[in-house]
Design a protein around this ligand. Sequence first.
Ligand code: SF4
Ligand code: SF4
Length: 270
Amino acid sequence: MNAPSERTWKTVESGPHTLEGALHPVVVKNYGKWKYHKLIKPGVMVHYGHSGDALYTVRAGTPRQNTVDLVRQICDLADQYADGFMRFTIRNSVEFMFAEESRIDPLIKDLEEIGLPVGGIANCVAPIAHTQGWLHCDIPATDASGVAKGIMDNLYAEFKTLEMPNKVRLSTSCCSINCGGQADVAIVVKHTRPPRIDHAKLSTLCELPKAVARCPVAAIRPTIVNNKRSLMVDEEKCIVCGACFGACPSMEINHPEHSQFAIWVGRKKQ
Ligand code: SF4
Ligand code: SF4
């Protein structure tokens, strides 16, 4: 084993691998030198380089929160058809790239057999983007991934066909902060009313400045109730996001019997 080279202050000790190592060799060879690309059929396109190379791409939708078993199956297909290369798109589709046109149809057959629909390119409904919900967040009205599944189950055909006037990007999120749900059409499942404040508990349980700082619209103010420090909510300003509840359990936004959801749907202005 070679002795490690001497370290200096300029030695780079951390950071990602270079981009090239993750790219298919045909992509590396033609990087920045593509001539044009075209759609072959739903979920399949080809890029032509000035070098004369052709690179075929097959895209398939995934359930987003993938099991280890499914990721292994995807990696096996990458080994079999795409020289060991695959990538996930920002909407969690999986893409396989390779230079042999004859691999397209067998790969599509194998993808469909493991339940991954091929599509998601050009004028279709792209996979829905969603925020974290109960997986990572402490304020959701509901679980965004469940809503995403319900919607995409109903739009399965529109993912695999080319019947939209343009590509349609949907998102769903689970509160009105909408932390990651930017799209052409946004579906927000949110709470319906401002938090109820338990003043008796609040002064002993919560850090008041933390709860105040959590509110995205500055609707929470310090106050005194029964000679104790507490908080009040300006209900005209409150957007019922639930962020304060995440910081302060005495600002309960759910009710065990009376909680409901509001579903808001909006689209980009044309
Ligand atoms: S901030 Fe809102 S939209 Fe984002 S994960 Fe939390 S509850 Fe969902
Ligand atoms: S629910 Fe949201 S907007 Fe309303 S007070 Fe709490 S943090 Fe502020």
